[in-house]
Design a protein around this ligand. Structure first.
Ligand SMILES: N[C@@H](CCC(=O)N[C@@H](CS)C(=O)NCC(=O)O)C(=O)O
Length: 196
């Protein structure tokens, strides 16, 4: 089984952390897709996005939350997400919010990367930044109680937002989220193991 991913991408690091937490290291080859000169794995997804998991039978699984669900089931189920029922869908909703924060930050980044300077829209950037701000505020009021799939997604999203400095000074305004992030950063071995 093969996980093709960008270690520095919030969407790529999330399944990499899951591999470590679920005890799947050694069962899944982790390949940095940036080392692939033909970008062959990206082209297997019509959206041309990574990460992608290729199973032993050759099935190509994306996107990152689907990969995390697959890995959790592979490890016996119910470890990073409740196995069924309303609690599962509440957890998946929190994961979708964490991923949405990362997606908004990626779109702010792409505004720089893909648009000519005269095309850049401050209005669009502020629209995306609002999603990050509101997402952070939600997690300030709902700090993760365990290091589950949503918490992994949140950690990856906050790391990416920090690298880009999209929300300067957020730690002063959101102390519970800041304390949670610092605790995870310094205490979870899967974080050190996947540090790009
Ligand atoms: N929803 C997707 C997002 C993946 C994604 O946006 N990956 C980025 C890397 S950070 C990418 O491949 N971007 C290329 C593009 O948008 O064309 C997931 O969770 O896997």
């Amino acid at each position: 089984m093969l996980l093709r991913y960008s270690p520095g991408s919030p969407f790529g690091r999330k399944p990499a952390i899951a591999v470590h937490l679920l005890g799947l290291v050694g069962k899944i080859d982790m390949v940095n897709h940036e080392a692939d000169p033909d970008n062959s794995i990206r082209q297997r997804n019509p959206l041309h996005k990574v990460p992608m998991l290729v199973t032993d039978s050759g099935a190509e699984i994306f996107d990152s939350p689907v990969i995390v669900e697959y890995l959790d089931e592979l490890a016996g189920g119910g470890k990073l997400l409740p196995a069924s029922g309303e609690e599962r869908y509440k957890a998946l909703t929190r994961l979708a919010l964490a991923d949405g924060i990362a997606e908004a930050s990626v779109l702010i980044n792409y505004e720089d990367r893909w648009r000519e300077p005269e095309q850049k829209s401050q209005k669009w950037i502020e629209h995306q930044r609002g999603k990050v701000e509101r997402g952070f505020a939600f997690f300030e009021a709902n700090v993760p109680a365990s290091f589950d799939a949503a918490a992994i997604g949140l950690f990856c999203a906050v790391t990416y937002v920090d690298q880009r400095n999209d929300i300067p000074g957020w730690r002063d305004r959101l102390p519970r989220l800041a304390a949670w992030f610092e605790k995870v950063r310094t205490s979870e071995s899967s974080i050190a193991a996947t540090d790009p």
